[in-house]
Every structure is written in C-alpha cells, then in structure tokens.
Design a binder for this molecule. Structure first.
Ligand code: URA
Length: 190
C-alpha cells in the first residue's frame, strides 16, 4: 500500500509535540494495514521506544497470548497502534495536547486502513476514541457501531499484569471480538 508507506515516512519525522525531543524511535505501528481489526494502545514504553515496535515488553507478550487464543497474529491479520507514537518520559500518561497532535496520524491510519473493528486497549484510548467518561471496568467488551466501524474497549494488558483477577473478563472480551469478526465476515459478500 503506497499511501500507507508514504504516511509512515511523513510520520517518522514528526515534531508536532514535545515527545519528539525525547524519543529514541517513533512507533508508527505493527501489523497488516489491510487487516479488519485495529488495536489502539496508550503509548510506547521503554522497550517499544528502543525497538520501534508497539507492545514488545511484558504487556505485549500477554497481548500476543490473548490474540493467539482467537487466532489473531500481529504479523498477519491485525494492526496495532497507540494513542501517541512517541514514549512519554517515565511512562507518564500522554497529555491531552500530545494525544490531540498525534490524532492527526491515527486518523490517517484509520482512513487508509478502513478497519471493520477498533479495539481500545485501556482507559487512555477508550476515553479518547469511545467516550470521555468511558469506564473500562464497567463497559469493557461491549461493541457499538460508529460510522460503519464496530468499536469496543477492553483492559490494557498492563492492567492485567497488575491485577490478574481481571484476566478472565479480558479473555471473554477477546472471545466476543472473535464472535464479532465471524459475524461480520458471514455477512460480507464473498
Ligand atoms: N503499552 C501501550 O499502551 N503501548 C505499547 O506499545 C506498549 C505498552
């Protein structure tokens, strides 16, 4: 996809916010831009900043396990991006203005990818993409359609590492995602 590569090339030199000054690598995303599902996390951590790929640390390993449970694979049939593409120093929350600047790139990714489903991983993405008062603990796993895209929020894998009691609920959300994908492909023309 030429347009995707052109977007990535433009994005790699981004200096729209102060995070540009402290990053090692900008983390554009990973996966297949033709995929039906887009996952959106929060922002790169230390490992991601060093490697230039999202979710490669402990959270990423756990995310890969949930993906594998429903036959999804970051290299093949999904795309993973973050609310902000550069690491917030010390892993602080990305500031609203940083998210706002970075949204320009994410919007372009969504426009080119045209995913059928967007999954927000954790509060930061869910409150920016779904609803400002979205409560992950109460509303995780529920799908709602918006402009032709089905959207859902679930726990951030880092939260599951901190509180393993939430892992079963997260698994149910991933199973619901599998069911939604199956339902959508059953309805789409061959
Ligand atoms: N947490 C995130 O939200 N994104 C990453 O890429 C890594 C950890």
């Amino acid at each position: 996809m030429e347009e995707w590569e052109a977007l990535q090339a433009r994005c790699m030199g981004c200096t729209r916010c102060e995070l540009a000054a402290t990053r090692t690598n900008l983390v554009f995303g990973v996966g297949n831009p033709h995929a039906e599902v887009l996952f959106i996390g929060e922002g790169p951590g230390e490992q991601e900043d060093l490697r230039g790929e999202p979710f490669v640390g402990r959270s990423g390993k756990l995310l890969d396990q949930y993906l594998a449970a429903i036959d999804l694979d970051r290299k093949k049939n999904i795309y993973i991006a973050n609310m902000v593409k550069c690491r917030p120093p010390g892993n602080r929350d990305p500031k609203p203005e940083e998210q706002e600047e970075c949204m320009v790139w994410l919007k372009e990714q969504v426009r080119l990818m045209r995913p059928k489903i967007i999954v927000c991983l954790g509060r930061i993405a869910a409150q920016r993409i779904l609803r400002t008062d979205f409560k992950v603990t109460q509303e995780h796993g529920r799908f709602a359609e918006h402009n032709g895209i089905w959207r859902m929020g679930t726990y951030h894998p880092a939260m599951l590492l901190r509180d393993p009691r939430k892992k079963e609920a997260a698994l149910q959300d991933f199973l619901a995602l599998r069911a939604k994908l199956n339902e959508l492909s059953a309805h789409s023309p061959p």
